[in-house]
Design a protein around this ligand. Structure first.
Ligand code: SF4
Length: 924
């Protein structure tokens, strides 16, 4: 405990929820009104938890105080904590508050406990704290005054972050993997090792593992990978099912297997579960260096140490500078420097309200590689190198596609790939192989070439500064850099959107964007004009004036592409010539620059291709349109877009053609209707295999769960569509009936907010906290953590929650969908609908069934889970019912009957199935 001579702890603490505010002062804790709470907070810094959330509950955005989350991030960097009173109590071993009015006392106790930690000689995260605190004092961090007397100056100077981090080491190139065949017996034996001898025998999992093993066979011909499509219902044990053959193959062949996921939740789960399949001891015995399992993400996820150093040395001021100090504390203890979904608390960034976290990553590819003083400690470089030597690389779909298409070294190119959450490969390919010539993209390109302009601060450098040594050595290279710089000045710069809106565009690209905006506003008939949504129109019947402007924009882009191509050639020649000054680090930097220039010239070529076709006949392979991006009426981007009608075509070339074995797996790989008929036509088409004339092997295992007993689908028929008060009433009463534990899914943010605004206070007064994406100032991952942690909490959200939530057990017992999740009738959707061989309705139905199946999949995660899936729809077509697993009871009911069912199941337990009625449509 704190010594008596230390500064006294502030007594006052405040807590605000939807059901009220409580202030703890000298006279104890008492409820206060919002006005009094705001006055008290303005008078003196109060103890509070999650200032932005308290501010939003009080309706007073400028609220500040002594935020315990900031203190926790300083004392225990890189440690997980759910940012709620209960989570704080659990993290510190304190008693959980039973009611809201007990929270201020908890905050007081937590502050004392955290401050006392600083005086404990066994404090594990002591190193670096004293030095960071000296900077935080200068930055007037509210906690600094209380910490200074409690953190003793170390006798020996502390190692500064950049000397504390380990250096990565170069590893020798690996030989190519041995060609081996896995036999079924060995796969089954490895699976038994992973699941444990005591684990129940699961024949479906064994069959699944053997099916997965087929992807590891030697390839017979070029461009003919083994492709396995494996659908496994929830509960089959997919992860160990594919890790068994994958680990066996990696061990025996010496190669690397990539597992690709779509959601961060699955990535985290894989990181945990893969430890058993890839034990470090086995890798050591096999003579491998480095960790056997590596998680790899896009570089924009990782902390860039150069950006952090810049932020610490004056690049950030005020609150962002405090955040940079807390990030530096975290970086010293982080497992891998992953800022998005790694061990940096997701809530840290939102405490500082600005986009500070992204400014610390390498968003724009401005890395100077070996020219960076921190290159040998760089988290991104470490992850890239480790993955080349790993047995298993866990990545996401987009990164796998990008690496397959343009990895710097062959060892980084994935050749054995398991796409888990395989039903998302199509949409990941759709965005990876898209072209978007927009204002925001062109501004980024200009910055990348020219560097900071005007009053911009920071270390970011343009191409000329990054390649200064090349320019001084090679006259042609210097000319190419200067030409690129000049051509880039024709691209949109800061303030481009305001210039366009005010009718004063500058340069050929801004002219094009201005014409695009005018045309979209003139032609859009989507009804989004009044609603404030984004607008779009197809790129057709464009008129001579538009084509002329597009032609000038095309010339401007070509004028930039040419010198970049020349520069890439000069760099290549330089690496081959190998002048004296080109030592290892300089070579690595130039190769890095070559890679970065390569993908920018490809990007520009894509834009030129898009513009070149505007005046001519449409290309049936592509869908082109013009768009004005807006949210709530505020414009934020303008541009021209191009998508492949079938993005699996470029996917097949970039990923499948070079691979030896690929598996796509998911619980919802095929459409429910297809599974019933044994027809995999659309799943095969969506795998990309037909583009290489490969016939995939298919496998299906139904879920072992007893859906008939544990789940019920209720289609509520008496909530009128478009009636927000009725919708809110239905949500509120359903959540009350289930006593929380509800996940509410919406297709429109506007309706989500309207419903939330109507019911949050009422539910909170009944002890049922409600959280919402797009409303609460909390990142999505943290919202799910909060929801998982509190069985009385409910969560409202949109698409990202439909299949990014893995909450087994009692915390999730009710899923409510506001309506049938129809696809948005965009131009792209219309084109794909028209192209669908089975007809437009079949196309839409497949999308809706997939969405329903994904949403339903959130409900039953284990054999013990039970609950209700409610769709508020007066006209739910029966043909969509195949979305639900066979045997699941489905009833069309009134809201009152649904409430009875939900409440009955809560009070009576899992098997309280409602009596069947003539309206029952049990899914067979
Ligand atoms: S090597 Fe690149 S990404 Fe890494 S710290 Fe340096 S500049 Fe940042």
């Amino acid at each position: 405990m704190a010594a008596t001579s230390l500064p006294a702890m502030p007594l006052a603490a405040i807590h605000a929820s939807h059901s009220g505010c409580w202030l703890q002062g000298t006279a104890g804790t008492r409820p206060v009104g919002k006005g009094e709470a705001i006055m008290a907070a303005a008078d003196t810094p109060l103890l509070l938890l999650n200032a932005p959330l308290v501010a939003s509950r009080l309706g007073y955005p400028d609220l500040s105080g002594l935020d315990l989350l900031e203190l926790y991030a300083f004392i225990h960097p890189a440690r997980f904590m759910v940012p709620t009173p209960k989570g704080l109590a659990q993290a510190l071993g304190l008693a959980e508050p039973a009611r809201d009015d007990a929270v201020p006392a908890l905050l007081q106790a937590a502050a004392e406990a955290l401050l006392a930690t600083c005086e404990d000689p066994a404090w594990p995260e002591r190193e670096g704290a004293w030095s960071a605190l000296q900077s935080l004092v200068r930055l007037r961090w509210p906690w600094a005054g209380l910490l200074i007397p409690r953190i003793a100056q170390p006798q020996k100077a502390e190692r500064w972050l950049f000397s504390r981090l380990p250096e990565w080491e170069d590893t020798p190139e690996r030989p190519q993997p041995a060609q081996i065949v896995l036999d079924d017996e060995a796969i089954t034996a490895r699976l038994a090792e992973l699941t444990g001898a005591a684990a129940e025998l699961r024949p479906a999992q064994q069959a699944y593992a053997r099916a997965a093993g087929a992807m590891f066979g030697p390839r017979g011909q070029q461009r003919q990978p083994h492709i396995v499509l494996a659908q496994a219902g929830t509960g089959t044990g997919k992860t160990f099912g594919y890790l068994a053959p994958a680990s066996l193959w990696a061990e025996r062949s010496g190669g690397t297997v990539w597992v690709s996921t779509y959601t961060k939740a699955l990535q985290r789960q894989l990181r945990r579960e893969s430890r058993a399949a890839f034990p470090p001891e086995r890798a050591v015995q096999a003579g491998r260096t480095g960790p056997p399992v590596v998680v790899r993400k896009g570089r924009e996820n990782y902390l860039c140490l150069l950006n952090l150093e810049d932020a610490l040395q004056g690049g950030f001021t005020g609150r962002p500078a405090i955040m940079a100090q807390l990030v530096a504390r975290w970086a010293a203890y982080s497992q891998d420097g992953d800022m998005i979904g790694g061990d940096l608390p997701g809530w840290l960034g939102t405490l500082f309200r600005k986009r500070g976290i992204t400014a610390l990553t390498d968003q724009r590819g401005e890395c100077v590689y070996a020219g960076c003083p921190h290159f040998r400690k760089c988290f991104i470089e470490r992850a890239a190198r480790a993955s080349a030597g790993a047995e298993l690389v866990i990545a996401n779909h987009a990164l796998v596609m990008i690496n397959a298409a343009r990895a710097r070294e062959p060892a980084q190119r994935p050749t054995r790939i398991i796409f888990d959450e395989g039903h998302h490969v199509f949409e990941a390919a759709d965005s990876t192989f898209a072209a978007a010539l927009t204002g925001a993209e062109t501004v980024e390109l200009r910055r990348w070439v020219i560097g900071p302009e005007g009053t911009s601060r920071g270390r970011r450098r343009g191409l000329a500064a990054r390649l200064a040594d090349v320019a001084s050595y090679d006259a042609d290279g210097a000319r190419a850099i200067a030409d690129a710089r000049e051509a880039a000045s024709a691209l949109p710069g800061d303030g481009w959107l305001a210039r366009i809106v005010e009718g004063g565009p500058f340069g050929p690209i801004e002219d094009l964007l201005a014409e695009t905006r005018a045309l979209v506003l003139a032609r859009d008939e989507s009804g989004g004009q009044e609603a404030g949504y984004g607008l779009e129109t197809e790129a057709a019947q464009l008129g001579g004036a538009f084509i002329e402007v597009a032609g000038r924009a095309q010339e401007a882009l070509e004028a930039l592409r040419q010198p970049l191509l020349r520069l890439a050639l000069r760099l290549e020649a330089l690496v081959e010539d190998g002048p004296d000054w080109l030592d290892g680090p300089a070579r690595a930097r130039i190769e890095g620059a070559r890679g970065a220039i390569g993908w920018r010239t490809d990007l520009i070529a894509g834009w030129i291709g898009l513009l070149a076709r505007l005046g001519g006949p449409g290309d049936p392979e592509f869908v082109d349109w013009l768009a004005l991006e807006r949210s709530e009426g505020r414009e934020w981007d303008i541009g021209l877009h191009r998508r492949y009608l079938d993005p699996m075509k470029p996917f097949a070339e970039a990923v499948l053609a070079g691979a030896h074995g690929v598996m796509m797996t998911s619980a919802t790989l095929t459409d429910g209707a297809e599974t019933a008929s044994g027809d995999w036509m659309s799943a095969v088409a969506r795998s990309g295999a037909p583009h290489l004339d490969v016939r995939p092997q298919v496998f299906a295992a139904p879920s072992p769960f007893d859906y008939a007993k544990n789940a019920e689908v209720l289609i509520v028929t008496d909530v009128p569509k478009g009636d927000i008060p009725a919708l809110a009433n239905a949500y509120g009463r359903l959540i009350e009936a289930s006593g929380g534990g509800a996940l509410g899914l919406f297709t429109a943010i506007r309706r989500l907010r309207a419903v939330y605004g109507r019911i949050a206070d009422r539910l909170a007064r009944g002890g049922l906290p409600l959280y919402a994406q797009h409303v609460d100032p909390i990142d999505t991952g943290t919202l799910v953590d909060i929801f998982r942690d509190d069985p009385r909490a409910s969560l409202l959200g949109t698409d990202a929650l439909r299949d990014g939530v893995d909450v087994p057990g009692h915390s999730l017992r009710l899923v409510v969908m506001e309506q049938v999740p129809w696809p948005k009738p965009s131009i792209l959707h219309r084109a794909r609908r028209l192209a669908n061989r089975g007809g437009g309705q079949a196309h839409d139905d497949r999308i809706i069934r997939a969405r329903l199946a994904q949403a339903f999949g959130r409900l039953i995660r284990t054999g013990q889970d039970h609950g209700h899936f409610v769709v508020l729809s007066s006209a739910f077509p029966s043909r969509l019912l195949t979305a639900f697993p066979p045997g699941t009871p489905v009833r069309r009911v009134t809201l009152d009957a649904a409430l009875q069912s939900v409440a009955g199941s809560v009070s009576e337990g899992p098997s309280a199935a409602a009596p069947q009625s003539p309206m029952d449509e049990t899914r067979a």
